[in-house]
Design a protein around this ligand. Structure first.
Ligand code: 26M
Length: 793
């Protein structure tokens, strides 16, 4: 049907009319979107079945367990991966339906907060596109990440509702449901064959799988993302039905809108166990029904743990092997340790998960017993290696001080522990996890993150894709490493001209969107200087906005001060409970009001905050950027992945030597990136000594002083809104080194502005070197490394 235009168009109209009892002429875009998407889903169903048949024949399967999958929209991406986008675009046009308008109807699947969830989505795309047998396991939250609404510069959160019109890409599989036990107690039964454990008086929650196809590039492989939804189970006798229903469904009701702190909610622990118990049992069921033998599970199944959130998969597999399949502890542990691998995504201590025993034990009584035994045996092996070294053992223990330390459990139960960028892995090995590294150095390895170029280049930037294809051929569509073929074109002025036209075109598209959404006119010939990412103190949106305010002050003080016109674009959600982050959002708005409305800076400095930053918005913003702000305090950003998306779209990085910026520098060379600020080593040295003296910078730098004073002198507001920010910089000694890095940032920005305005040829060359060096940051490269070094597939 997708090979014959007439048949396609006829079938489209017929299905539309039959499903909605409406004439084709009267149908809405939403109805057209659903109809087309259903046709695409049916089109891939035979390949989906075939992929599963192929997998049944026994090759090793990978399961990627993640509490978040930040997928975004799927219609356009699926069509691209099937090689059908241009055809369908044309055929729909003949029906007077613009495909891009249909794409706009689709809600983002926003089952994630930021980097970690988006990485999981890129990995799924790469697995399928490399024809590798890798599947996602996650939670089907009824409400994804909150929608951000700005009211008078303040963030308001509205519930997100991606399922409200029904979701076209999922298939509900009630027959594959699993019942997950909570609460109750454990009966210990002594038998001749050994001790038996039975979880009694449990309250069950039914996990119902919803499968989504993951379409690989070329359409040969369709993998599966299985999302579990929590419902009432028939195994629980009901006393108070309403209460039971409410508590049960709450488990998959909301995504936690927090990407930094563990706020210690029981519900969060319930979500985690719910995900892993359902996933592990369905993995085992499938393995055994295909004739697999438990004793060599690790040779046929690899399970990946995305951060510590799914780490209970380790004791859950132990529980199944011990209690349901009667393996001995040693047999079970041998298999478990070889099956699991764990990725760490942060060294920020406030984000390291620890669960109080008083919450953990009653909720998951059998799992707790197993964790205790894992801990005992782990500590015993430490004792053998370090006899008498109590301090070290106490520090490394899995259960201690009334808490379960999830990262320690993950390390102990996995055969591989990886960081997400070279620098991050070095910090793990040499500092944060140094004790574990000394004990088991072979477990540790680096896997620098990546992004799928199919979404972040082919899908998001068709204009650039077309130009690159004309220039270096279409090899890079499949193999992003071929982008390196572009390097020689840095000296081709005709190409540079075309590259510039593409960038300008994308800036015009974004400018229109900004005007529609914010009512602000921005000049596409100004520098588009962009910082989009979650709002967090360590990411230092504050450094960016203080620099804007300082520029404003300079221009006001000296009307001859020359500066290339700039448009500063922000997008960021703050966790609803993160007061300080929300105040920074307000500050950005206040600075925008000041700067955008002052005749002295009008047309020179423009500040735009785009509301509700999300995957689909990123696809419009990133292709339009000239400067990519990656300005975290060195050592704090594990990797970053936005940095890679910008680079691939020809933006120049303004960054600290943090996370993957270090490797971006390696690819571009020092002349094609703007690096500033303290190094990770320096930050960590200050951290050790308890920080630096920020007050000195306030006293000795008049520009800093003038700018900071404006936070509290009524320039920006008369209610003292920004005292808390002022205090964080001066009273609390500037934990994130904003003032310490300020002058170095200002200079780097000045250099960038000068090159852009005075030497456009150099700027364009820099763009080429960024694009041509970005191939290594395709998640295909990352996934190949996981496949060979960790999963052995
Ligand atoms: C934990 C407990 C309660 C509620 C939420 C959480 C939680 C959720 C997400 C904690 C952390 C979460 O994500 C952290 C994250 O996104 N880390 C980022 O991972 C990216 C992919 O590796 C890196 O590129 C980023 O540098 C890193 O910050």
């Amino acid at each position: 049907m997708f090979s014959d235009k007439k048949a396609f168009q006829e079938s489209f109209k017929k299905r539309l009319e039959q499903s909605y009892s409406i004439s084709f002429q009267d149908s809405t875009r939403a109805q057209q979107f659903v109809t087309l998407s259903n046709m695409v889903r049916e089109h891939i169903s035979s390949e989906w079945i075939e992929t599963n048949e192929r997998y049944r024949k026994g090759n090793k399967q990978v399961y990627y367990l993640s509490i978040e999958f930040l997928l975004g929209r799927l219609l356009g991406q699926n069509l691209i991966n099937l090689g059908l986008y241009e055809t369908i675009d044309e055929w729909m046009k003949e029906l007077n339906i613009p495909l891009d308008e249909l794409e706009e109807i689709e809600p983002d699947a926003a089952l994630g907060n930021g980097g970690l969830g988006r990485l999981a989505a890129c990995f799924l795309d790469s697995l399928a596109s490399l024809n590798l047998p890798g599947h996602g396991c996650g939670i089907r939250y009824k409400h994804g990440l909150f929608e951000q609404k700005m009211v008078d510069g303040f963030q308001m959160e509205l519930p997100e509702n991606w399922l409200s019109y029904g979701y076209v890409w999922e298939v509900r599989k009630s027959d594959l449901s699993v019942d997950v036990p909570f609460w109750g107690s454990v009966d210990v039964i002594e038998r001749e064959e050994g001790t038996k454990f039975r979880h009694v008086d449990a309250e069950y929650v039914r996990a119902v799988p919803h499968d989504m196809p993951v379409v690989g590039y070329g359409g040969e492989t369709i993998n599966t993302l299985r999302l579990w939804s929590a419902e009432m189970s028939t195994m629980t006798p009901m006393h108070d039905v309403l209460k039971y229903k409410r508590e049960t469904e709450a488990i998959s009701e909301f995504l936690y809108p927090d990407d930094s702190n563990d706020d210690g909610k029981i519900l969060r622990l319930k979500q985690q166990y719910f995900l892993v118990s359902a996933s592990i049992r369905s993995i085992l069921r499938r393995y055994l029904s295909n004739g697999g033998q438990l004793k060599d599970l690790h040779e046929h199944v690899a399970i990946h743990i995305n951060d510590t959130h799914p780490v209970l998969a380790i004791p859950e597999l132990m529980r199944l092997l011990l209690d349901e399949y009667q393996l001995s502890w040693d047999e079970a542990w041998f298999i478990t340790e070889r099956t699991f691998a764990y990725t760490n995504h942060t060294t920020l201590s406030e984000a390291l998960e620890r669960w109080p025993i008083r919450i953990f034990k009653p909720l998951l009584p059998r799992i707790f017993m197993i964790v205790e035994e894992i801990n005992e045996r782990f500590c015993k092996s430490l004792w053998e290696e370090y006899p008498g070294d109590w301090d070290r053992i106490e520090k490394m223990a899995i259960v201690a001080n009334g808490e379960v330390r999830m990262a320690h459990l993950a390390i102990a139960g996995s055969h591989s522990v990886n960081g997400v960028a070279w620098l991050h892995t070095e910090i793990l090995k040499n500092r944060e996890m140094n004790d574990f590294y000394q004990f088991q150095p072979k477990k540790f390895n680096n896997k620098t993150n990546g992004i799928t170029h199919r979404r972040w280049l082919l899908k998001a930037n068709p204009e650039l894709t077309a130009l690159l294809t004309d220039t270096i051929g279409d090899g890079f569509h499949k193999d992003a490493a071929e982008l390196s073929k572009l390097a020689p074109y840095a000296n081709d002025s005709a190409f540079l001209e075309k590259l510039w036209d593409v960038k300008t075109k994308r800036k015009e598209i974004l400018a229109k969107r900004i005007f529609d959404q914010n009512g602000i006119k921005v000049d596409p010939s100004s520098i588009f200087d962009v910082q989009v990412k979650r709002l967090h103190a360590y990411k230092r949106q504050l450094l960016n906005v203080l620099h804007i305010l300082a520029l404003y002050n300079k221009i006001k003080a000296d009307s001859s001060y020359e500066i290339a016109p700039r448009t500063f674009i922000f997008g960021a959600k703050a966790s609803p409970g993160y007061f300080y982050a929300k105040r920074i959002i307000k500050l950005i708005h206040s600075v925008a009001d000041l700067v955008n409305n002052d005749p002295a800076t009008k047309g020179i400095l423009t500040v735009v905050f785009m509301e509700n930053y999300r995957v689909s918005l990123a696809e419009d913003i990133i292709p339009a950027a000239d400067i990519s702000e990656q300005i975290s305090t060195a050592s704090k950003e594990a990797s970053g992945t936005g940095n890679m998306k910008f680079m691939m779209n020809g933006a120049i990085t303004m960054g600290t030597l943090d996370g993957a910026n270090v490797e971006i520098l390696e690819q571009t060379g020092p002349d094609n990136i703007f690096i500033f600020g303290l190094k990770a080593e320096e930050v960590m040295a200050y951290d050790k000594e308890g920080g630096y003296r920020s007050m000195d910078y306030y006293h000795h730098d008049p520009l800093i002083r003038r700018t900071l004073d404006q936070l509290v002198d009524g320039t920006l507001d008369d209610k003292g809104l920004f005292g808390i920010i002022y205090d964080s910089l001066l009273g609390e000694n500037d934990q994130y080194f904003v003032l310490k890095d300020f002058e170095s940032y200002r200079k780097a920005q000045e250099t960038a502005g000068r090159i852009y305005a005075e030497d456009p040829e150099s700027w364009r060359k820099m763009m080429v070197h960024n694009i041509s060096g970005s191939g290594i940051f395709s998640s295909d490269r990352t996934i190949k490394e996981y496949a060979t070094d960790i999963w052995n597939i």
